[in-house]
Each structure stands twice: as C-alpha cells, then as structure tokens.
Design a protein around this ligand. Structure first.
Ligand SMILES: NC(=O)c1ccc[n+]([C@@H]2O[C@H](COP(=O)([O-])OP(=O)(O)OC[C@H]3O[C@@H](n4cnc5c(N)ncnc54)[C@H](O)[C@@H]3O)[C@@H](O)[C@H]2O)c1
Length: 419
C-alpha cells in the first residue's frame, strides 16, 4: 500500500519507519523544511534508535518521499490511507490545541475533493492525542460537511500512539495493545489488516473511548510518578526508606499492580481506606511535606459520591419509590463503617425519596441506624418501584421483568438501564 503520513516528528516518523519495514510505500508530509531535508539526506527527522538506517535505505530505494503538500498527496488515487500525526500542544486555556489537526484535516478534505471519481475510499487515521469527542463532535462534522457521509468517500479511525520516546520503534514493532476508535467495530479493517500479525490485543472501541483512553493512559503514568514522588518526600521527611516503602507497595501484584481497585463503581469506604488515606495526608502536613495528590484523594471520593447522588436525584424527584440493593460497605459484609451506600441512602431519604433497602448480609435491621430501619426489606417487591439502584451485584435484577436498573457496581452510566 501507499500510505501518507502527515507530521514527521516522533510519532509520524516512527510510524513511517514501521510501515516501510513492512514493505509499504510512504509519502511523508511535514510543513517543517528541516524535517523534510533530513529525510531527503537519508537521516531521521528526530533522534530515535533505529530510524535512520530505515530512512536512508528507503529514500535510496525510492519507497519514501517527502512533501509539504498534503492535499496533492491525498488527491492521488494510489494513496488510500493517510495517517495524521501532527502536534496537539497545550492551548492557552490549559487544554490541547487542535489547530494543527484542523489544518491537516482541511488539507485531506481538499485532496479527497480532487480525487478522480471511482477512487478508493480514503482511510483517515488520526494518531495525535486528542480530547474525547474530537472525532465525533468536530472532525466528522467537518469532513461530512464537504465530503458527504462517512463510509462513502472516506472512513475515519482514531488510532492512538502509546510509544515511549527513546524506544519508539521498539514499541511500534511490539505494542502492548492496538487501540482502534471507530464508528463501528471493523470500520477501519484495512488498517486492522496492517496489524494482522500483531501479538498484541486489538481493542476496537468508539471514538471517544479511544481518545479518552490515550489521555487517561498518560494521566495514569503521570499519577504514578507523582504518587511515588510524594511517597518519597514523605519518607525522607519522616526518616523512612522511600525505596523500601515503594518496594512493599509494588511487590503486591494481586491488589496493587493489577486491575484490582481500578474498576469504576462506588466511592471507597470501610474501616481502612478512608481512615488511612486521610491519615497519610495529615501525616504529610505534620512533617511539613506538601502532598497535594494525597490530600486530594478524600476530596475525589466525596466528589464521586456527590455525582452519584445528584445523578439519581436529577431523574427521580421527591416522592419517587426506589429500591436500593446493598447497604454494607461491600457485598456480603455487615460492616457499615464509612459505607458509601449508607451515606447515599440517608441523602436520598433526606431528599424525600421513598426508599426500600435490601441487603442479605444483614439478618435484621437492628444493626442499621434508627433513621433507616423503616426501609428494611427482606423480600424485595419490585412492582411498585420506579427503579432499582444496584449498590451490590444482585442476580435477580437481570432475571425478572423489573423496574429499570441504575448499576452503581459498574457505573457505565447513571441513566437507568432496563434489566
Ligand atoms: N512524542 C511522543 O512521545 C508521543 C507519543 C504518543 C503520542 N504523541 C502525540 O502524537 C502527536 C504528535 O506528537 P509528536 O511528538 O510526534 O509531534 P510534534 O508535536 O513534536 O510535531 C508535530 C509535527 O507535525 C508537523 N505539522 C504540523 N502541522 C502540520 C500540517 N498541517 N501538515 C504537515 N505537517 C504538520 C510539524 O511540523 C511537526 O513536525 C501529539 O498529539 C502528541 O501528543 C506523542
């Protein structure tokens, strides 16, 4: 295939080299004359191990060319895929600037408009990091306004790049996962074909999920660094050994370095997590260590609880009858200590909701606070409730023709879903 790659810095240059290694022809596009000049001289436009020999060989073999005119490249019917890897630097407001993305998209549109009739559909593959909603709310409307419906003259995939600088080609050759944001799974099959022999899982999701996944991936890594550094500062101040402390943390692969505790759902609760996470923030204050990340954990938990309550109350006004499944701080436990469901129940009652509460971990309501005992329900009747709030998993919710369910155990949405 002949593939246009627009933006020849780390991401674009690495993708170009990776495609060339696989026997494709590449037309590189960049507005920066220095980068184009470097490639024409058989050099790499950025410093990354392994790129230079591939570029030198490919330019000599005539399978890599460069230009600054993206529209003319896309107008050529031999090109059926264009990758866009231009910059999305920080904007003045703190978000990401999409100016380069829009400029490149407009050039692609101009090129597609000039393609001869009957030319193949162009796959536009965005590789730059972009905020969730960019493809769906900005790029697709822009493309469709001039080119007609997606799927006719063009297709779009958002294919985020996860490489690490200094290991870019190595990561492109052996990715941990290939993420494709598409309007439906398989919409970008030609690109998928490029990855036909990858060992990595191919994750096909909607555009916004792929866009957010890329930003969250970097935020996760940044948070880990900040967490380790706050830990280290607190260790130094309190006379602990930071390396040993973090070794204790990372040696637990089951709970700490895993997907455990990394699932959407309820706020955290129970005896230990609220107490110790708030406690460590206080310890930092005592030792004079600025630890904003630790200090914000409790705040984040409160914000999450507030969002859940607000989401429910927005849909169910005063007087609505709701069934809450679960009250203990986790399923199967009769511990109410810092239970987010207890706090939610009290808040819903205060707001005038008629609440029935079912939690089989409690034999009687005697352990419940007095203000909740009238909500006790051991055989939930479902005919008269407007919705079921699943605070704990409950198989019966799916197996009976019941009221709509708001599933807080997965938190896909606060909108009620029919069981
Ligand atoms: N650098 C990384 O390690 C990395 C890793 C993953 C994702 N990303 C993301 O990928 C994107 C690209 O990052 P980068 O570091 O490769 O590039 P960059 O931002 O350093 O440079 C962008 C390149 O695009 C060129 N360009 C801009 N507008 C153009 C246009 N209209 N036509 C042609 N060329 C144009 C520029 O001249 C420049 O060479 C960014 O969104 C970045 O956040 C970067």
């Amino acid at each position: 295939m002949t593939i246009a790659v627009c933006g020849l810095a780390t991401v674009g240059a690495t993708m170009a080299a990776w495609l060339l290694e696989r026997g494709h022809r590449v037309i590189g596009v960049d507005t920066d004359a220095c980068k184009r000049g470097a490639i024409l001289a058989g050099c790499a436009p950025v410093t990354e191990p392994g790129l230079e020999p591939i570029f030198a060989k490919s330019v000599a073999a005539g399978v890599l060319s460069v230009t600054q005119d993206l529209a003319t490249v896309v107008a050529d019917p031999v090109v059926d895929t264009v990758a866009i890897a231009v910059g999305t630097p920080s904007a003045d407001c703190g978000g990401l600037s999409l100016d380069q993305i829009f400029a490149a998209t407009d050039a692609v549109i101009a090129g597609i408009e000039r393609r001869p009739a009957q030319s193949a559909r162009v796959l536009i593959c965005y590789r730059s990091t972009m905020p969730p909603g960019t493809c769906r709310d900005f790029l697709l409307p822009r493309l469709e306004a001039r080119l007609g419906r997606i799927g006719e003259r063009f297709e779009v995939v958002y294919h985020p790049e996860f490489l690490r600088m200094g290991h870019a080609l190595e990561d492109a050759r052996d990715p941990d996962r290939v993420v494709l944001g598409e309007r439906f799974p398989g919409a970008s099959r030609r690109l998928n074909g490029l990855y036909g022999n990858t060992r990595a899982p191919v994750i096909e999701v909607d555009f916004a999920s792929a866009e957010l996944a890329k930003m969250i991936d970097n935020t996760w890594r940044a948070t880990k660094v900040a967490f380790a550094n706050e830990t280290a500062r607190l260790a130094i101040a309190s006379g602990a050994d930071s390396t040993a402390v973090l070794r204790v943390l990372t040696t637990d692969k089951r709970h700490n370095l895993s997907a455990t505790y990394l699932q959407p759902g309820l706020p955290f609760g129970g005896y230990c997590l609220p107490k110790d996470s708030a406690g460590v923030a206080e310890v930092a204050r005592t030792w004079g260590v600025e630890a904003p990340l630790f200090a914000s954990v409790a705040h984040s938990n409160v914000a999450h609880a507030d969002a859940i309550a607000a989401g429910i109350l927005e849909q169910f006004p005063e007087g609505s009858a709701l069934l809450l499944v679960g009250l203990g701080f986790k399923p199967g436990s009769d511990d109410l200590c810092e239970s987010p469901l207890l706090a939610l129940a009290e808040l819903l009652l205060e707001a005038g909701i008629k609440l029935a509460i079912y939690d089989p971990a409690f034999a009687t309501p005697a352990q419940w606070p007095a203000d909740l005992r009238h909500c006790w329900c051991d055989k939930p009747g479902l005919a008269n409730v407007s919705a079921v709030i699943l605070g704990h998993p409950w198989q019966d919710a799916a197996s009976r023709p019941l009221a709509p369910v708001i599933d807080l155990t997965h938190l896909r949405s606060l909108q009620p879903a029919l069981p």
